[in-house]
Design a binder for this molecule. Structure first.
Ligand code: NDP
Length: 331
């Protein structure tokens, strides 16, 4: 089976030459193990951080080894109790066609609980949980409030805006990187307003669209967006700092908001969070998202690439904003 290796560490923007497709022997499962044929693999922004040789909340990818990440596969052979051939499993050995893994590292999923199994990599998985936890537990959004979310046409951002509306937000504003994405979040996802962050200073566009200010900012982007949001926060506003994708390819740490006194003047709370710390909220989240998916009140678009040979390009395309909703590689 083929796998994608990281063969050198990018400085700045990664390019296809940092990755290589390698044919690897498929190991027979030992006792307690499964052989999984991967069907869908996830490419995610946090993987950019793992390409750097720095210790963070996840270890760096090893060079000349298959990268890791969420994957959905079908059990091709099982030597573990409770897991049968044909079962759908979620696990973390993505970026390869076949994975031989301890059964304890795989979660058997029910394909009938979701509109499409790929939801487990997106809206009904870590993506959806990130949106839900960040918005409701971290930022404590209350009905009637004004919410601003950056990366609004992406996997997490598109879920945030819709969940905010579903829980009674007064006004939801999104920013995204193209005219088509702006129309998508406003017309298809039901955001109240949206803007393209290339169309002038973010602070000005936000002030026009949220004249009364913002109660909750869900940050996927960092940099200018974070500073702009701070200057538009209402008193006692809350910011859930989820991601800073505008800085993931930076070679030097970028400066933060210049006028941090605004946090004091406006009594703003900023809280960074990692979804992995909130796994105990999964059941409550699944109850909400299950209802919304079943009654059609939430929409989760996906962008697909096909074939392991296109997985690295899919990652690079996602980093450049070529995806709408969750980026997934279909094998
Ligand atoms: P997305 O589906 O949102 O894809 C990434 C998007 O980022 C692109 O589509 C692009 O959209 C946007 N982008 C890229 N470069 C820039 C830039 N310079 N400025 C503004 N936008 C940019 O990915 P996810 O939904 O998976 O992730 C969204 C964010 O959430 C990321 O920051 C990620 O790291 C974070 N995250 C954090 C988690 C946590 O536990 N804290 C868990 C999961 C995700 P556009 O065309 O609009 O530019």
């Amino acid at each position: 089976g083929r796998a994608v290796h990281l063969v050198s560490r990018p400085q700045g923007e990664p390019v296809p030459e940092h990755f290589r497709i390698v044919d690897e022997p498929v190991a027979e499962p030992a006792d307690g193990e499964l052989l999984v044929r991967n069907r869908y693999i996830s490419v995610d922004p946090y993987m950019r951080g793992r390409m750097n040789d720095v210790e963070s909340y996840v270890p760096p990818f090893a060079l000349n080894r298959p990268m890791e990440g969420a994957a959905l596969g079908e059990v091709a052979a099982s030597r573990a109790d409770g897991v049968a051939e044909g079962n759908l499993v979620l696990h973390n050995r993505g970026w390869r066609e076949y994975a031989t893994i301890p059964a304890a590292e795989a979660r058997v999923l029910d394909p009938d609980l979701v509109p499409s199994v790929t939801a487990y990599l997106g809206i009904a998985g870590m993506t959806g949980l990130t949106a839900w936890v960040g918005l409701f537990d971290v930022a404590r959004m209350a009905p009637g409030e004004t919410v601003f979310v950056s990366g609004a046409a992406g996997a997490v951002g598109s879920a945030v805006g819709q969940m905010a509306k579903l829980r009674g937000a007064g006004r939801v504003i999104g920013s995204a990187g193209s005219r088509a994405k702006v129309e998508y979040v406003r017309d298809d996802l039901g955001f109240d307003a949206a803007f393209d962050y290339h169309d002038g200073p973010v602070a000005e566009r936000l002030a026009e669209l949220a004249p009364e200010g913002v109660d909750v900012y869900f940050d996927n982007v960092g940099g200018e967006h974070l500073e702009a949001a701070l200057h538009n926060m209402r008193k006692h506003g809350r910011m859930a700092l989820c991601g800073m994708i505008s800085q993931y390819n930076a070679t030097e740490p970028a400066p933060g908001p210049r006028d941090m006194f605004q946090t004091i003047a406006r009594r703003v709370m900023m809280q960074g969070f990692l979804v992995g710390d909130h796994m105990k909220r999964m059941p409550a989240f699944l109850e909400d998202v299950g209802t919304w998916l079943a009654d059609g009140s939430i929409r989760a678009d996906e962008t697909f690439a096909d074939g392991i040979e296109n997985a690295a390009d899919a990652f690079l395309a996602m980093m450049r904003g070529e995806n709408t909703g969750k980026m997934i590689v279909r094998l």
